[in-house]
Design a protein around this ligand. Sequence first.
Ligand code: 6PG
Length: 507
Amino acid sequence: MLNSHQSCNIGFVGLGVMGKSLALNLADHGYKVAGFDLDENKINDVLATEEKERCSSISEARIIGCSTLEEMLPKLTTPRVIVLLVPAGKPVDIVCEQLLNSGLEANDIVVDCGNSQWTDTIRRESEYRGKLKFFGTAVSGGEVGARFGPSLMPGGDADSWKYLQPMWEAVSAKVNKDGTQIISNIPGKQVTEGEPCTTYLGPNGAGHYVKMVHNGIEYADMQLICEAYHLLRSLLGYEPEEIGKIFETWNEGELNSYLVEITADILQHYDNTTGAPLVDMILDSAGQKGTGRWTSISATQMGVPAGIISESVYARALSTLTEEREKAASLLVAETELGEIDSEAVIESVRNALYCAKICAYAQGFQIMRAAQKEYNWSFNFSDIAKIWRGGCIIRASFLQKIATAFTEKPDLENLLLADYFADTLADKQKGLRQAVVLAAQSGIPTPSFFSALAYFDGYRSEILPANLLQAQRDYFGAHSYERVDAEAGQKFHTLWQEKNRPEKKL
Ligand code: 6PG
């Protein structure tokens, strides 16, 4: 054990799964950690794991347990850095108040590592200014990520970043120059080479905002994969294991990603008790904690078209209507008209559909961040954001390297779809997306995010949309006025639509 005179580099409040894993990760990188949790069992658990994992050349405990915040604070070097891994929402404010009552000072840094809403982080940063330095760092990668290398998305006071940077760079995931992650899942054997999957993203809520968009993309990515699976299963009648093998081969190409990899694995799992494919034994009702929904709401509030992300949120919501769906299944019957099916061709179409739709979903995510940086006075480096998502996080994927390159070549790129690589890919593979959507429509298989991706692609590339008619409708019933194609932008016109003497047709 550390004796009471020894200083710890960092304190942890909350030693649940994520807190424990991140604390052990820091310990592996030579940082001394003081940990507090309301649940004594959790403190004992992290201490026991640390002791078990500690290599014989290290004589002292690298993590010490504290039973109160008052006990923890004097053990920390100054300025104190305290990581909160407590549930998002009220608990964060409660702990901040408790820390202040326990002797925290104005220069001390409190880092919220939970999935907090960015507006809360903005509020807290300003509310606690002068009392403590409130900093946000969103963590992606789940338990294994936190333990061996997460993607870290920090945002807050730039001076505080100087203290956090070496620690965050040490513990985050590392990638090679080509974007592949350098993996080590062995306690005590840290990865020291490679580019760290963390970078300072901007003041106050910037980090939590980027993580929220990461999760919005995560929702879309997961839903698109599920729709691809659903199509292959329903159209071809393949068993989950066969589809898992198809995903395995997809994972070797441009679709290479953590989510495709785990899907391939999941589909090849069998249930212990029944021997059925495990996926078939899992209730088809999806949960959500809210980050995807926040992304959709934020996009809607800023007027950013992010239909794929929103559809993915709605798809989860629809899935929870289990009883209603059961009833409707016998009442509402689809009239299908599916022709002959060529399995190889279907697999290829679905594969291309997945890649095209995925590109569109990521394009929407980056569009949301583009709008948000104006709204909140941030200045994002989109290439850096793509880079820190290449490893550690849930949406890590080979094609993030392509996104990073696109934004490095053109930092003010208006939309990812306009970058050469993505425009060429969509030109080349869009047929697959169209085919998948047609097959889904003809056979009554719900694929809302594929539909939405195609609509986004077609909408974005349309020089002419029927919004002229929509403006006319608004002007007709509400005198909302419209702009004319032959007048200066901003000049407003109104027509008395119901007047008897209408102008004559001339052209
Ligand atoms: C991550 C994940 C992680 C978690 C979310 C999503 O990046 O590590 O996004 O934050 O899985 O809680 O959860 P829901 O699907 O429950 O919204």
